[in-house]
Ligand binder design. Structure first.
Ligand SMILES: [Zn+2]
Length: 428
């Protein structure tokens, strides 16, 4: 007993000494002797404190674990939803800013005739109030539109959401939602899954308030075409379809190479034609007239679209005038009154991609800079304290943070919202 106890005490004293050295020299001497420093760096224990910094990759890593833990426990989520701020146009935000500045609220007539520049200046003059208003709106939406109202996207049992800012500092929210008894792709029939999607999701211009049509229409931006690709990564313009359909990419045994090449060539023509159509919401052509213009019959057209897919995809019922309309929830969109996107989760790999690419995205430049410091620390000397200080400084100086994000961080507004807490249980 004596030896075991002495060893345990010695080990805990060593760790205590590693974390709370009397000075840097002591710590370095101690660490180099006992290899504790290297071990702390190798096992990432040295970086635990960085998890508390909400813009650090370590924090994002913890968030990712949280999302993956929920998927492991509850299975694949049903919906992946994105909600975007439109605070320039939200009267309550503009008025809250006016009141905070000691001025009377805008009248309805003033709001109606307000130029975009004035709206923009009002919001920019007080990012703190604008951010607080966005978070209040989001919390109300999560509670009243998603959790308490099964008619919007089905009876939600759990959700996980994260905040993100785009290049202009506009806030948006990405979320995974689990719905009770939702039909699972691959288990239920495709007809059942499509009927479930059609019940809640649409891209019809007739279901959109005309004042919201602009914000729900996709306009390409610099972030659409990444890494020199010539195709919009959000897959706009999207092909018109007579009815909602689920298609998987062609398997090798399903189609010959020559046939596939022929269909891909036709898809290039169809895609070019779709791009030439622009965002003409007044295009009254029917789906049949659209096929006539392409000189394709329906079966061939669906096969051509099919050949363009790289992953299992839900193609919504869509008219030729709706090729740039983002998918929206029929009931949530008119109440949120900003851009939204909703997709049915079909493929576990796609969900993992949503989480890593959107939900827990971390600045790549910062990640690379921090990784280089960590790598160097494994070979270079120096105390643990110096190393952590260097990381902290990089974290502070390598990030461009918008006023909205700064307000969110300073006010302590939630970065992620979820129905579950994450508790790590060591099982080794
Ligand atoms: Zn685009």
């Amino acid at each position: 007993m004596g030896r075991m106890r002495a060893e345990t005490l010695q080990r805990s004293a060593d760790l205590h000494y590693a974390f709370y050295p009397r000075n840097d020299r002591d710590a370095w001497l101690f660490c180099s002797t006992y290899h504790v420093r290297d071990e702390l760096i190798r096992t990432n224990v040295a970086y635990r404190d960085l998890e508390a910094l909400r813009t650090s990759p370590d924090y994002m890593k913890r968030c990712k674990k949280h999302a993956f833990a929920m998927i492991r426990q509850f299975g694949m989520p049903t919906w992946f939803i994105t909600l975007t701020s439109r605070d320039f146009h939200w009267p309550e935000t503009l008025n809250a800013i006016r009141v905070a500045q000691g001025q009377p609220k805008f009248t309805d007539a003033e709001l109606e005739s307000m130029a975009f520049a004035e709206r923009s200046n009002t919001v920019r003059s007080d990012p703190v109030t604008a951010t607080r208003m966005y978070h209040r709106r989001l919390e109300a939406a999560l509670k009243y539109l998603f959790l308490d109202c099964p008619e919007t996207i089905g009876p939600v049992t759990d959700f996980y959401t994260m905040q993100e800012m785009n290049g202009r500092g506009t806030e948006h929210t990405h979320g995974l939602f689990w719905v009770k008894d939702a039909p699972q792709y691959g288990v239920a029939s495709n007809e059942e899954v499509c009927a479930f999607v059609d019940k809640y999701v649409s891209c019809s211009i007739h279901g959109i308030d005309p004042s919201l049509l602009g914000c729900q229409t996709h306009v390409h931006s610099s972030t659409c075409k990444t890494r020199g690709a010539n195709v919009c990564r959000f897959k706009f313009p999207r092909p018109p379809m007579r009815r909602t359909t689920i298609l998987e990419p062609f398997r090798d045994d399903e189609i010959s190479d020559d046939d596939f090449k022929r269909l891909r060539k036709k898809w290039a023509d169809v895609h070019q034609y779709l791009q030439s159509l622009g965002k003409n919401h007044r295009d009254t052509r029917s789906f049949d007239e659209f096929l006539q213009d392409l000189d394709l019959d329906e079966d061939e057209y669906v096969r051509v679209v099919h050949s363009s897919l790289t992953q299992v995809t839900v193609l919504l019922q869509r008219n030729p005038c709706e090729i740039r309309i983002n998918n929206y929830s029929r009931l949530v969109h008119p109440l949120w009154r900003g851009n939204m996107d909703i997709q049915l989760c079909l493929d576990p790999y796609a969900v993992a991609m949503y989480i890593t690419s959107y939900v827990t995205k971390c600045d790549r430049g910062l990640r690379t800079a921090l990784a280089a410091i960590r790598q160097a620390a494994r070979h270079d000397g120096g105390s643990l304290r110096e190393h952590i200080r260097k990381l902290g400084n990089t974290l502070i100086h390598h990030q461009a943070i918008s006023a909205t994000e700064a307000a969110m961080l300073v006010l302590g507004l939630k970065h992620r919202r979820t129905t579950r807490r994450l508790v790590f249980v060591p099982t080794r």
